[in-house]
Design a protein around this ligand. Structure first.
Ligand code: CUA
Length: 361
């Protein structure tokens, strides 16, 4: 199966951008060789030609050459700019997550395994089944340390970072079985933290999907946690009891914070609201929500986020803006120094309202 790569020793080219990465890489190798060989040859040639023949010889006087200097400035400029432009093109191709992926998979790294869940509910460990020719988006995080989800045949990889979501996408171009690796040293069994990506024809994939017990989908799991296990609904559901912000329709919209500052509601924002509620109290609400840090796993958080997105009619197929969107505005971070928000920060953990709110669970 190790065929179809026109660069020797390289793994299969099995994604839409594999050839681009290889082409860029081949170009880098050619440029390196094209510069290294003449330089090494010149060192030896000049070393011999201009070796010392006569003690205390006076060298010939040298004058500059505009021609020579122009040439050796323009050539490296063109070479480095093509590397830059091609690199930027390939990078944007890989990290502009498509707005309309055909399929979404949630990935949680854990020492030392990959836990994956399809938006239709099927779970996999160290294996990922995907259909050929469809855009697949991965939303990834980790329960513990830094990992890195890497599929060499797809020529793509991305870090999986504690405390935030990172994204990856690919479109596989041919059916097969491809290695999946953890590409960031993460402890004793790092080298064993890998598996396989199975790229299947759509028909085979549909069979596989229906042949697997799907259980609850992430949205269903999230609803269950929200309404029952964690009791979020006791404050966030509508009605006279409502003390927390309404969550319907907020996804992708901007929220204002007490003390100034705004943020756009995305995956990262929702996750942070669950774990550090007092860090971003929405205008019009009291900082009474207790933190759920330590009470929910990353897998559960992923499903709660999926559920809250579904309240805005987002079926898990948007927000690839990821990192950039998660950053709150500068005015908000500045506002963290206001007395009010300082009070909030300090009261975290010893919030007098917290026990009352907790008892709702
Ligand atoms: Cu996980 Cu290395």
């Amino acid at each position: 199966m190790q065929t179809n790569s026109w660069v020797p020793l390289f793994p299969d080219q099995a994604s839409t951008f594999a050839w681009q990465v290889d082409l860029l890489y081949a170009y880098l190798i050619i440029v390196s060789v094209a510069f290294s060989i003449p330089i090494v040859v010149a060192i030896f040639y000049f070393g011999l030609k201009y070796r010392e023949k006569e003690k205390y010889a006076t060298p010939d006087e040298m004058h500059g050459s505009i021609m020579l200097e122009t040439v050796w400035s323009i050539i490296p400029f063109v070479v480095s700019m093509t590397i830059f432009l091609a690199g930027a093109y390939v990078y944007y191709n890989q990290f502009q997550i498509p707005k309309d992926p055909a399929m979404e998979v949630y990935v949680v790294g854990k020492q030392w395994m990959w836990k994956l869940q399809h938006s239709t509910g099927q779970r996999e460990i160290n294996e990922l089944h995907v259909p050929v020719g469809r855009k697949v988006k991965l939303t990834m995080t980790t329960e513990d340390v830094l990992h890195d989800f890497s599929v060499p045949a797809f020529r793509t990889k991305n870090d999986v970072v504690p405390g935030r979501y990172t994204y990856l996408w690919f479109e596989a171009t041919k059916p097969g079985k491809y290695h999946l690796f953890c590409a960031e040293y993460c402890g004793l069994n790092h080298s064993g933290m890998g598996g396989w990506v199975y790229v299947m024809e759509q028909r085979d994939f549909d069979n596989w999907l229906s042949g697997n017990v799907s259980g609850q989908t992430p949205v269903e799991q999230g609803r269950d946690l929200f309404e029952n296990k964690l009791g979020c609904a006791s404050c966030h559901a509508g009605g006279p009891q409502q003390r927390g912000a309404k969550l319907e329709g907020i996804y992708g919209h901007e929220v204002k914070f007490v003390g100034g500052g705004t943020a756009t509601v995305n995956d990262e924002y929702i996750r942070n609201s669950i774990l550090n509620p007092s860090s971003q109290v929405v205008e019009g609400f009291q900082p009474i929500m207790p933190t759920f840090k330590g009470q929910v796993t990353e897998e559960q958080l992923v499903s709660i986020v999926a559920y809250i997105k579904s309240l805005s009619g987002v079926t898990g197929t948007t927000s690839a803006s990821g990192d950039a969107g998660a950053k709150q505005t500068a005015s908000n971070s500045a506002s963290n120094t206001t007395p009010a928000s300082r009070g909030n920060a300090n009261s975290q953990g010893s919030n007098p309202n917290a026990p009352a709110a907790n008892s709702n669970r």
